[in-house]
Write a protein that binds this ligand. Sequence first.
Ligand code: GAR
Length: 202
Amino acid sequence: MSAARIAVLVSGGGTNLQALIDAQGRGEIPHGEIVLVIANKADAYALTRAEQAGIPSVVITKKGCGGDQEAFEDAIIAQLTACDIDLIVLAGFMAILSKRFTDTFEKRILNVHPSLIPSFCGEGFYGLRVHEAALAKGVKVTGATVHYVNEIPDGGEIILQKAVEVQAGDTPETLQRRVMEQAEWKILPRAVELVSEQLSNL
Ligand code: GAR
């Protein structure tokens, strides 16, 4: 097979999308190509990053689908199918996907989570909240995880993890930044290449 066709799903700033774009630019994802960005928020800065990189993007909101989860997922599936997508990457995508969706793309959806799963994960743990919980617990080491996505939030098979030290005086914001720089932006492109290579050998 030629390079895996990758869609990146985003909701916010898109620094993980940027890490993927940069890695692709450095030739570090030879078995994959980012061909589509889907945002579920019209004002996601990730859309600007996609535009600057010349990657087609589309906005699909649950509200725009009448607030209906099934219609929202069907709209995403229709886009993925129309673009012949092989691999879906959730990069700061803040929406829960149903079993129907995850079963449709079994072993073809990756997510990056900003902790060492199984710590500080599952429903309600997203974005800064994860780092707030890690600091409240007083852990000395945290990190990031890239895993396959199944119907259990943050419950799919782990692909890569990287540890990051918590430092005295950390705030959720400083810890989030360190986890991104030292872990997420490194292991996400690596995991995407690993899985793209596997898919291209199918
Ligand atoms: C990242 O830290 C990502 O790991 C996290 O949200 C942030 C998105 O940042 N995702 C989750 O918490 C998912 N449960 P980004 O938009 O700059 O990539």
